[in-house]
Design a protein around this ligand. Structure first.
Ligand SMILES: [Zn+2]
Length: 160
C-alpha cells in the first residue's frame, strides 16, 4: 500500500513545471507555498505570481492534476498574502532560468523599481552591457533585452 503522506504530495506538486517557463518548477519559482493533508485531501497552497497573470489558473490546474495522478484527492488553496515576489525564486531556479536563456530577476530590484533599470546581466555571456528593447517579452512577466557584447536577445524576468 502506498502511503499518501504530505511529503509525497509535496514531491508530486513540486515537480510541476511552470507553464510559461517550463525549465523551472513551481516549487523553484516559489509559487507553491505548501502542501498539507487535510482529512485525506492534499491541499496545495499556491501564490499567484503577477496579479492577473493568466498562467495562474493553468498552474493551479497542473498542480491539482499532478496530485490526482499521484493518487491524492486534491484541492488548491490560493494564498494571496504575503504577495509573491521574485525574491522567492530559489537559487536552483535562478540557475535554471539563466541556463534557459532568461536573465533571472535582480534580487531586491523590485523595491528600487521607481528609480528603474537594474543591471541585467546577459544570460549567455554574463556581460552587464545590455539594453532594454521592450517592456514586454514573450509574456507580460518578462521584459525583452539585448546584449550589446554578444548581440544575444533575451528575456529578463521582471522583478516585483
Ligand atoms: Zn551577451
Amino acid at each position: 500500500m502506498v502511503v499518501l503522506d504530505d511529503t509525497r504530495a509535496w514531491e508530486a506538486a513540486a515537480s510541476v513545471p511552470d507553464p510559461e517557463v517550463p525549465c523551472v518548477s513551481v516549487a523553484e519559482l516559489g509559487i507553491l507555498r505548501w502542501v498539507r493533508m487535510e482529512g485525506g485531501v492534499a491541499v496545495a497552497g499556491v501564490t499567484p505570481t503577477y496579479s492577473g497573470c493568466p498562467a495562474t489558473l493553468a498552474i493551479e490546474l497542473a498542480i491539482e492534476t499532478a496530485l490526482l495522478e499521484a493518487g491524492f484527492e486534491a484541492r488548491i488553496e490560493r494564498v494571496l498574502s504575503p504577495a509573491w515576489t521574485t525574491d522567492w525564486i530559489t537559487d536552483a531556479g535562478r540557475e535554471k532560468l539563466r541556463a534557459y536563456g532568461i536573465a533571472p530577476p535582480v534580487a531586491g530590484a523590485g523595491k528600487a523599481a521607481l528609480f528603474d533599470s537594474p543591471t541585467v546581466c546577459c544570460p549567455r555571456c554574463g556581460s552587464e552591457n545590455t539594453m532594454k528593447i521592450s517592456e514586454f517579452g514573450s509574456t507580460a512577466c518578462k521584459a525583452h533585452y539585448q546584449c550589446k557584447a554578444c548581440a544575444e536577445p533575451f528575456d529578463y524576468f521582471k522583478c516585483i
